[in-house]
Ligand binder design. Structure first.
Ligand code: DER
Length: 229
């Protein structure tokens, strides 16, 4: 499967950037899952040592335990050297939409703190304008979902409560909140929209990440082979 190969290659490329004695922000999603796996393999082989990870979700925690990456918390460290995480959209200014995995709240804390934030994507995530394909995920406390959706509609967004796939009813985040996905026709000013969304009472965090990504590793398939640029 070329897409799986692409994700593996870009995950491997990110894992190869990790040096010994690093504190690593561990992102969420299927692409970062490969980076976590390959960091674990590099640790096991002795290629790198003394790594601790800060997970951005229950998924990252489970994968880290599976691949033997010791974990720590933000109370026990004073910096994060490098964070690896995925994205749902990347624009030419390296602004991101994240939150496809409903993990953007903890991701934003870790990715913003990191001295270096590496985004791992397949080439299909590249867009000219943010919001042209993906809706903006917004984490909302359950008691405020209705007024938040009304406020978002007044901003010109089309809000939709995110429903579970293998879980009846709405998706519940690792914080116990709900997720509203908001389609905007156009996002001319992502910096401002990120602030406006987070200022709506009841909104915990949204998936617009501006001025945060340092490097974007892009996996694509050329002549049937995955390449990373
Ligand atoms: O939820 C997130 O922000 C993830 O990083 C996600 O959106 C990217 O996941 P993928 O690598 O499985 O496409």
């Amino acid at each position: 499967d070329p897409v799986k190969l692409m994700k593996q290659e870009v995950g491997r490329a990110a894992a190869n950037l990790i040096q010994s004695n690093s504190i690593v922000g561990l992102g969420t999603g299927s692409t970062t899952a490969y980076a976590i796996q390959f960091i674990g393999e590099r640790l096991k082989s002795g290629e790198i040592k003394d790594i601790v990870g800060v997970p951005t979700s229950f998924q990252a925690e489970v994968l880290s335990k599976q691949y033997g990456i010791p974990l720590t918390t933000l109370d026990a460290i004073d910096h994060i050297d490098i964070a690896i995480d995925g994205a749902d959209e990347v624009d030419p200014q390296k602004n991101l939409i994240k939150g496809g995995g409903a993990a953007h709240t903890r991701e934003k804390v870790v990715d913003y703190l990191a001295n270096q934030f590496i985004v791992v994507i397949d080439s299909g995530k590249l867009v000219d304008k943010l919001g042209s394909v993906f809706a903006v995920p917004v984490e909302v406390i359950p008691m405020a979902v209705t007024p938040v959706m009304n406020a978002i509609a007044k901003l010109g967004g089309k809000p939709e409560l995110r429903m579970g796939v293998k879980k009846a009813g709405p998706v519940v985040t690792d914080q116990g909140n709900l997720v509203v996905d908001v389609k905007f026709d156009d996002i001319p000013d992502p910096v401002n929209l990120e602030k406006t969304l987070n200022n709506i009472p009841g909104v915990l965090e949204n998936g617009i990440f501006v001025n945060c990504a340092d490097k974007v590793l892009i996996g694509e398939v050329k002549d049937g082979k995955p390449v990373v640029q």
